[in-house]
Design a protein around this ligand. Structure first.
Ligand code: CA
Length: 227
């Protein structure tokens, strides 16, 4: 899950970035409206957290442009305490939810979970072999038993499960895992794969390496095609 955070207050932004990354989201942050507008035009996000009071271009304008382009990315707006009018305009312009500053991080995380769940618009549980991945709860189970995975391992598994049985390139994995300013090397991807393979030994699936191309999640006993 990839989140774009548009917030110019560095203290609020740092806290949000840290909390969301800890919860396993890849987060990109911009501190002005122009960069936010460019980012949503050039890349796909699963959620936009948008401060309405942004320099260079107001949040409401970004939201209007987004919806005018029929971009359906869920948008959570952040508004000032006394900004009732602003909040109403935000919702009218197509925001999905709002939070009033200051807010508690657990509340933000709950809203983010709800919005990213809604955003996918389909069942968020994926089953493959004995493995079950729940995208909204961010948990993986093997034969009903929870698998203990780090946030990064979970993010890798998510990509593999979303494309189960099909090729996933290293670039796709790097793209899914990294936010701007947060480097994820292809070596790191190999380390996550190694750990995932160990943790998923009894899952009835295996992560096949397709040399030079990437990875493929297969059911044990099935050989991958030439992809
Ligand atoms: Ca602001």
């Amino acid at each position: 899950m990839r989140v774009l955070l548009a917030e110019d207050d560095p203290i609020i932004a740092d806290g949000l970035v840290r909390a969301l990354r800890k919860a396993g989201y890849a987060v990109d942050r911009v501190d002005n409206g122009l960069d936010a507008d460019t980012a949503v035009l050039s890349q796909a996000f699963d959620l936009l957290i948008l401060d309405l009071g942004l320099p260079k271009m107001p949040g409401i304008e970004i939201l209007r442009r987004l919806r005018a382009r029929k971009c359906a990315v869920p948008v959570l707006i952040l508004t000032a305490q006394d900004g009732i009018e602003e909040r109403v305009r935000g919702l009218d312009a197509g925001a999905d939810d709002y939070l009033t500053k200051p807010f508690a991080l657990p509340e933000l995380e709950a809203r983010v979970r709800a919005l990213t769940r809604r955003g996918t618009g389909h069942a968020t549980r994926i089953e493959f072999g004995n493995l079950c991945y729940d995208q909204s709860e961010r948990i993986a189970k093997v034969s009903g038993q929870l698998v203990d995975l780090s946030a990064r391992e979970m993010a890798v598994l998510e990509v593999l499960m979303l494309r189960a049985g099909r090729l996933v390139s290293k670039e796709q994995l790097v793209d899914h895992l990294c936010g701007w300013g947060e480097e994820v090397s292809t070596n790191a991807i190999e380390v996550y794969m190694h750990r995932l393979r160990k943790k998923l030994e009894s899952a009835g699936v295996r992560i096949a390496t397709i040399r030079g191309l990437g990875y493929c999640l297969e059911k044990t006993g099935e050989a991958h095609g030439s992809a």
